[in-house]
Design a protein around this ligand. Structure first.
Ligand SMILES: *[C@@H]1O[C@H](CO)[C@@H](O)[C@H](O)[C@H]1NC(C)=O
Ligand SMILES: *[C@@H]1O[C@H](CO)[C@@H](O)[C@H](O)[C@H]1NC(C)=O
Ligand SMILES: *[C@@H]1O[C@H](CO)[C@@H](O)[C@H](O)[C@H]1NC(C)=O
Length: 632
């Protein structure tokens, strides 16, 4: 997506032919004026010599006029040609996710499963177009109603598809007329998910699943989340559950989860690491998630080990263990299955097994890997995966020398729920600050303080009123608009996650995908350790999500950063437009120059846009935009 200057120029000036044509027009006008000028001057020549300067100035004026007309015409044509370039995409791109073109990848020679992997180098765009919503798209219901009922026209799924789908969580949905209703948390329809969650808690040794947090389980990576019902339940228990699943052409688990207002991102680890640092999650969960764990010499298990914090849990619900006992060897034989051997080498201990569900715990002891009885796997070099951005899977153990090697059970006293943010600072200072280089308590408190006040400002801006000729913020007399129905938020340049923390503190019912751009200081471990969702991403590339999956996108200082990285702001705005739902909001905060430029581009892709001067004497501006609902 890094477009060259010549591309940019051709974008600005449009196709050649009309320009040439205009130039010919201009030249003929000038010739005509010159002829008129000379003939008139020769006619008046003999009469009086004093008229000469007048005629000359008239001629000059005419010429100027022609020139300015020409310039105006040209700018009009340029605008028209820009409008023409940014057409709406065809129907086939309604659910378009760049980098996941399977047929294209096959053509490019990827096979053996690699064709469904992420290949951004294969989907460089030549022509921009705006991804449009399906014909019967409707604005999602607001949270929490939208968690249990979605519009079936908003997601790409057929009735047959989920009636025939067999997975446990997928059964928990019913189709009504133009809606899909999911299991509601009141247990009115099914209790399966609650039972399942309770079962896991009991297997870990807890009285109930409300005690997960007490043993340090705050964040869960849910691989292949079905339609997200397990995650929805965990979120109701105040855990952060992020769904991750492969790109799917129809019936996508990630699209459904996001439509329900649940954290999710496209990803698979067929050949590459996920874009998270090591020691990121307290629990990794897979229920019939389709991964064959003992393939590829256990590399996938090694990736799970990398992601798990010490003392964290791997929960696997797999029907394959039942009939053949392929996960665990039968009591009588002493031969280890490959699976058992992998988990032993990883120093995992099998905590419990019930029916189809197995729970392993990652070791608390970093020395375990090197102790003599194991030791089959080498340790990775220091800091090898700090910038883990789709690196190839490695066959070494990560994180053992990290300062963040703290068993999750040792964090159980700290809590990061929104109600307890006062504890937040203290907890962080004792448990995290000293373990992340370059972050100190003062920086963090200042950051949070800043975002507290910034948020108060931002939130009242999210109304179409600010785009009117006499912009005003809604006052007390205005009814609360439904305009800012916001659940899925992305912070494209999240820094310490202060925006997320401020949102929680203000008790907004949102979750935030905190993105740390590649090329800035990697604060992602710090964000994840607060129990927030987060991911590393290179904003010169498309983001791994489906169209229309975020309600609000926020970026502070990203425009400046991108320009320094040499990638195109236009590409970025197109990508934001793709992932933003109709009537969704964009807030870009940056220096005046980049903001003005972005405003120009934003109006070209039909966003409502307004630059807000923060009026405190700094050269920072806010660009507030709303994406229109284009129905045709
Ligand atoms: C996928 O790749 C094929 C072959 O390169 C191309 O013809 C097609 O237009 C691409 N599809 C999309 C949606 O970009
Ligand atoms: C975790 O806590 C246990 C007991 O409370 C303690 O013995 C151990 O040293 C702690 N580990 C770390 C890494 O802080
Ligand atoms: C003005 O606000 C910006 C960001 O909103 C902040 O970074 C800056 O320090 C403020 N400047 C003054 C002079 O208050």
């Amino acid at each position: 997506m890094r477009s060259s200057w010549s591309n940019k120029l051709s974008l600005i000036f449009g196709p050649r032919p009309p320009l040439n044509w205009l130039l010919i027009c201009l030249v003929s006008i000038l010739v005509l004026i010159a002829l008129l000028g000379s003939s008139s001057s020769s006619a008046f020549d003999s009469l009086t010599s004093t008229t000469r300067p007048d005629v000359y100035t008239n001629y000059r004026r005419l010429k100027e006029q022609a020139r300015s007309d020409y310039l105006e015409l040209r700018s009009l044509t340029v605008e028209a040609s820009l409008q023409k370039d940014f057409t709406l995409c065809g129907k086939e791109r309604e659910n378009y996710v760049p980098c996941y073109n399977v047929s294209g990848n096959l053509l490019a020679g990827f096979n053996d499963g690699k064709e469904v992997d992420r290949h951004c180098e294969e989907s460089r765009e030549q022509q921009h177009c705006l991804v449009r919503p399906p014909k019967d798209y409707k604005i999602p219901l607001s949270w929490p109603a939208g968690r249990d009922v979605i519009w079936s026209g908003n997601v790409k799924i057929s009735k047959d598809q989920f009636l025939s789908s067999g997975s446990m969580t997928k059964r928990l949905m019913l189709l009504e007329e133009n809606q899909i209703a999911f299991h509601s948390d009141d247990g009115m329809i099914f209790d399966d998910v609650k039972d399942y969650s309770r079962q896991i808690a009991e297997m870990i040794g807890l009285g109930s699943d409300s005690e997960f947090r007490q043993v340090g389980v705050h964040s869960v990576l849910d691989i292949g989340c079905g339609f997200g019902s397990f995650g929805a339940h965990l979120i109701s228990l105040k855990l952060m559950a992020v769904c991750i699943a492969a790109y799917e052409l129809t019936g996508s688990q990630v699209q459904l989860a996001l439509e329900r207002g649940l954290p999710a991102i496209i990803g698979n680890f067929l050949s590459r690491q996920l874009p998270f640092p090591s020691l990121s999650y307290d629990m990794v969960h897979c229920a019939k998630c389709g991964i064959i764990w003992d393939n590829k010499d256990g590399m996938f298990l090694l990736e799970v080990d990398r992601l798990l914090k010490p003392g964290g849990y791997f929960v696997l619900t797999s029907p394959t263990s039942r009939p053949h006992g392929s996960l665990l060897s039968a009591k009588k034989g002493n031969m280890l299955t490959p699976f058992e051997e992998f988990t032993r080498n990883l120093c995992w201990s099998l905590l419990a097994q019930q029916e189809e569900t197995f729970i392993w715990q990652k070791t608390l002891d970093a020395q375990c890997y090197t102790s003599s009885k194991m030791g089959a796997l080498p340790l990775c070099k220091d800091g090898q995966d700090v910038q883990s951005y789709y690196q190839p899977l490695t066959s070494c153990i990560s994180g053992t020398s990290s300062k963040r090697w703290i068993p999750i059970q040792n964090r159980s006293s700290g809590s990061l729920s929104s109600a307890e943010l006062e504890v937040h600072g203290k907890y962080l200072s004792s448990a995290i600050f000293c373990f992340i280089d370059g972050v100190n308590n003062e920086d963090f408190s200042e950051d949070l303080q800043f975002w507290r006040s910034a948020l108060r400002n931002y939130w009242s801006l999210l109304t179409p009123l600010i785009f009117s000729d006499h912009p005003k913020r809604p006052g007390d007399e205005d009814p609360l608009p439904p305009h800012n129905m916001i659940r899925n938020v992305m912070d494209m340049n999240a820094h310490y996650g202060g925006f997320n923390a401020a949102l929680l503190e203000a008790e907004k019912s949102v979750w935030v995908m905190n993105v740390v751009p590649t090329g800035v200081y990697n604060t992602l471990p710090f964000i994840l350790d607060q129990g927030f969702a987060g991911v590393l991403h290179d904003w010169c590339e498309p983001f791994p999500t489906y169209p229309r999956t975020y309600d609000m996108i926020h970026a502070n200082g990203l425009l400046t950063h991108l320009t320094s990285e040499g990638c195109s702001v236009m590409d970025l705005l197109f990508e934001i437009d793709r992932i933003l739902r109709p009537e969704g909001w964009v807030i870009l905060s940056d220096k005046l120059g980049p903001v003005e430029k972005a405003r120009m581009l934003a109006t070209q892709i039909r966003w409502e846009a307004r630059v807000i001067d923060l009026q405190n004497g700094s050269d920072k501006r806010l660009l507030v935009c709303q994406k229109p609902f284009v129905r045709k």
